[in-house]
Design a protein around this ligand. Structure first.
Ligand SMILES: *[C@@H]1O[C@H](CO)[C@@H](O)[C@H](O)[C@H]1NC(C)=O
Ligand SMILES: *[C@@H]1O[C@H](CO)[C@@H](O)[C@H](O)[C@H]1NC(C)=O
Ligand SMILES: *[C@@H]1O[C@H](CO)[C@@H](O)[C@H](O)[C@H]1NC(C)=O
Ligand SMILES: *[C@@H]1O[C@H](CO)[C@@H](O)[C@H](O)[C@H]1NC(C)=O
Length: 404
């Protein structure tokens, strides 16, 4: 009657009694286990103990992969009050949607490979079964410190955290230098060394995108550097980004760019010279395109292995083009000035910060369109600004941008 037991000799009555006791013991154990698992996993139909810790950590970053304290018990309570006696070990928190939708911090223990894989996942069900406010993810790719941080602090001040998230890729001294009351506090993601013109710069961009994708409320993703400034107030920037049907990835084809195409490297990866594109590195994109960038396995290896290809100005534009991505404005939202024949954009110092400069930066030199109609906003960010521009920027901000 109990097939899992070892076969026993049935010759005398003592062994029959033992069998009965054992059966009762196993039956009641099974009953108690069943009660506990019903109370702990009310919506879970699979065997929870079969999930490996590795899978758990990539699926629920807030519960196992955080370096901060484990998720507090603010989870949605289980619908049935627990009737079973308190177990001796702390039970796993009931699995809800909350922890899956947004990690409680930016720290995690995933490798890049694990992170990109996790971030590449996108829901297939088109209807979202919960309501949420779209967030803008500000991705700061910072070489060292953020000298213009006081301006950004004022830009974000007073606006709801539900509307934005901040991710910083930098060196550890950056995180250590932040005061606890800064909006940047706790925003530094696990980072790696970067160097100008190197593939590791694009790896850092993909790392920033992937970290931001873990929060399912992030709908728009803007790449910024330590020399970038906002040129409108937060509500204007937020409305311009979340209201756009297009991504803003600079993407164009010209003879100057085509000379960087290396047939020996790219033809092997099925990237033709006709597909090759150039564009400013400073992108702003929607979630669908961000998922494409982190999950690209076909083209990134070709670019990573190509030295002197100026990967930061060619990889994403070429990827966007090979994907045939239509929802793109094909221009950047980050204003820059290129002095004639200079390989570097102009750096604006303290003396350059004027109202006139703001007028010029906002409308640009071209007639810009937005969702198919003419728009007087061409740019919402600008670079490059040197640290000494901070004072004049803070002085001018209330007048030209309405904050500070
Ligand atoms: C390039 O395209 C050809 C033909 O479609 C295909 O057989 C090959 O696997 C592709 N190579 C790469 C590296 O994607
Ligand atoms: C950007 O370029 C793509 C590909 O050429 C095109 O489909 C799209 O319509 C362009 N976007 C705008 C706003 O012109
Ligand atoms: C912008 O549009 C105006 C009016 O249509 C036109 O006169 C002007 O030349 C355009 N400027 C550029 C840079 O295309
Ligand atoms: C934006 O996209 C939505 C959904 O695809 C579409 O209905 C709407 O017409 C688009 N708006 C513009 C201005 O292109």
């Amino acid at each position: 009657m109990n097939s899992t037991n070892k076969p026993m000799a049935a010759s005398h009555s003592g062994s029959r009694l033992l069998k009965a006791v054992l059966f009762l013991l196993i039956f009641s154990l099974g009953f108690i286990m069943g009660m506990i698992s019903m109370a702990t996993f009310p919506n879970f139909y699979g065997p929870p103990l079969l999930l490996s810790p590795m899978l758990l950590s990539s699926l629920a970053p807030s519960s196992t992969a955080m370096l901060t304290t484990p998720s507090p018990s603010t989870e949605t309570p289980s619908p049935t009050p627990s009737a079973s006696p308190p177990p001796t070990e702390r039970p796993a928190a009931p699995m809800g949607l909350t922890a899956f939708l947004a990690p409680s911090g930016v720290m995690h223990t995933m490798t890049d490979e694990e992170l990109l894989w996790r971030a590449s996942m996108a829901p297939k069900v088109s209807h979202t079964p919960y309501s949420f406010v779209p967030k803008v993810a500000f991705l700061f790719l910072v070489r060292n410190q953020l000298p213009l941080r006081p301006l950004w602090e004022k830009f974000f001040a007073g606006h709801k955290h539900e509307l934005y998230s901040i991710y910083v890729h930098s060196y550890p001294p950056f995180a250590a230098s932040l005061p606890t009351d800064s909006v940047f506090y706790g925003s530094m993601i696990p980072s790696q060394k970067t160097s100008w013109g190197d593939a590791n710069l694009v790896e850092a961009e993909r790392r920033l995108l992937a970290n931001a994708l873990l929060d399912l409320s992030n709908e728009r993703f803007a790449l910024l550097s330590e020399s970038c400034i906002p040129i409108y107030d937060f509500p204007t920037v937020y409305a311009h980004l979340t209201g756009s049907n297009d991504s803003f990835v600079d993407c164009f084809d010209n003879a100057g760019a085509r000379v960087r195409y290396r047939p020996d490297v790219f033809a092997r990866h099925n990237i033709t010279q006709a597909q090759w594109r150039k564009g400013s590195q400073w992108f702003e994109m929607d979630r669908a395109l961000a998922v494409e960038v982190v999950s690209d396995e076909a083209y990134f290896p070709a670019f990573r292995d190509c030295r002197r290809c100026v990967i930061d100005e060619h990889y994403i534009p070429t990827l966007v083009n090979t994907l045939g991505w239509r929802r793109n404005a094909n221009r950047t939202l980050t204003y820059m000035e290129w002095p004639p024949r200079s390989p570097h954009p102009r750096v604006h110092g303290a003396v350059d910060v004027t109202e006139e400069l703001f007028r010029k930066m906002r409308s640009g030199a071209a007639n810009c369109t937005y969702n198919g109609a003419a728009s007087n906003i061409c740019f919402v960010f600008a670079r490059k600004f040197s640290p000494d521009a901070l004072g004049p920027l803070l002085d001018l901000a209330p007048k030209v941008m309405g904050f500070g």
